[in-house]
Write a protein that binds this ligand. Structure first.
Ligand SMILES: Nc1ncnc2c1ncn2[C@@H]1O[C@H](COP(=O)(O)OP(=O)(O)OP(=O)(O)O)[C@@H](O)[C@H]1O
Ligand SMILES: [Mg+2]
Length: 359
């Protein structure tokens, strides 16, 4: 489902840009501060409704402008073009349009435009706490289980209410009523996650082996509480501890994807370049699995790519992405750094002072 055209207005240093895209590789070449990451950020916003660099819309809207626009046309699986667009105002309001219809939900954008971002801060996936690995799992569950999005929203609201109640409750009976629905939702969410991980891990372990053949890489799902105990029992057994903590300690909010390399935590074994390759492998695996399951294809946004990967590894990643047939955006400071990724169908864009022009 490639984007065929992209129009960006008043987005960081990009005043106005209107480009026709390649369904394969699109290279963005330009010096520091020219607007490469900003262009990737605008595509990300089209698929996620928000930036990956700032939670404050005001930072993303061009200084002295009141609003930003990102519009695109993408080929949907039936091979017809559908326009999509997002407009954000300084007061925080957002307008999403899909197929000419305004007032659409951001979740719908995410549904029609699945994206995978690979950028220098993406190491978080392997080296930071479980939050980004939960997001990794939930990206896949969102795209494969239609009921997940609502269930997860409901779970988070109920968990928040429970935490508030913990502070005032005199005994467990005052909380147990809430726990019934919470436990049901937690079990469903966890089953969806577990089933997703069991499938994607097969694809991921193969690609990890291709990228890093010298290591034995294993992924394992942890649901956030003891695997042999029902969640409703966890809630009642841990009531006093939860009450003294002021929040519900165990649950889907603690789930993780545990990754071991040669039986050791990844960050203790892999070099920075190897970590980067592994992040690429996991993201490509997710995209491949999505295509196998749903026929949808994701778009890869790869920022500041050349740094830390040698020519042979860049080529290996490029070959793997080409084999998936996905649309890919790659930013780099010089053309030489991406020479080994080039493909016939690809387009090269020169980025300078916020203007983007096809070379
Ligand atoms: N809200 C904004 N309005 C106008 N300009 C902005 C805004 N936010 C950031 N900028 C500027 O936009 C420029 C583009 O930044 P960007 O991060 O896209 O560059 P880049 O090409 O990715 O550079 P690098 O190679 O260093 O990563 C920077 O000069 C930055 O100062
Ligand atoms: Mg950049």
């Amino acid at each position: 489902m490639p984007l065929t055209r992209l129009v960006v207005k008043q987005f960081r240093n990009i005043k106005a840009c209107d480009i026709e895209l390649s369904p394969g590789f699109n290279f963005l070449i330009g010096p520091n501060g020219s607007g490469k990451t900003s262009l990737l950020e605008s595509i990300y916003m089209l698929g996620h409704g928000r930036s990956f660099r700032s939670s404050l819309t005001g930072r993303v809207i061009q200084s002295e402008s009141d609003e930003l626009f990102v519009h695109g046309r993408f080929l949907n699986p039936d091979n017809f073009e559908l326009p999509i667009g997002i407009n954000k105002q300084r007061d925080g309001s957002t307008e999403v349009k899909i197929g000419g219809q305004s007032g659409q939900k951001i979740a719908k954008l995410a549904n029609v435009l699945p994206l995978q971002l690979i950028h220098p801060e993406g190491f978080d996936l392997l080296t930071a706490g479980p939050k980004s690995r939960r997001s990794f799992i939930d990206w896949g569950v969102f795209h494969s289980e239609p009921a997940f999005y609502e269930a997860w929203g409901r779970y988070k609201r109920l968990a928040k209410q429970r935490n508030a109640l913990l502070k005032s409750a005199k005994n467990y009976a005052e909380v147990s009523h809430w726990d019934q629905e919470l436990a049901k939702l937690a079990e469903s969410i966890s089953q969806w996650r577990e089933s997703y991980v069991s499938k994607v891990k097969k694809v991921a372990e193969v690609i990890c082996h291709e990228f890093l053949p010298e290591f034995d890489i294993r992924l394992k799902y942890y649901r956030g509480w003891d695997k042999d105990t029902a969640y409703k029992d966890i809630l009642s057994q841990n009531f006093e501890r939860d009450q003294s903590l002021g929040y519900t300690f165990s649950g889907p909010n603690k789930a993780d994807l545990r990754i071991k390399v040669n039986s050791t935590p990844v960050e203790d074994v892999l070099s920075r370049g190897q970590l980067k390759l592994m992040v690429c492998a996991l993201r490509v695996a997710q995209g491949q699995h999505l295509t196998e399951m749903t026929g949808k294809q994701c778009i890869y946004l790869i920022d500041d790519f050349a740094s830390e990967l040698d020519s042979q590894r860049r080529q290996r990643l490029a070959d793997c992405l080409k084999a998936t047939g996905a649309q890919v955006f790659v930013s780099s400071i010089t053309k030489n750094q991406i020479a080994d990724m080039h493909d016939e169908q690809g387009k090269v864009f020169h980025v300078e002072h916020g203007t983007i022009e096809q070379v």
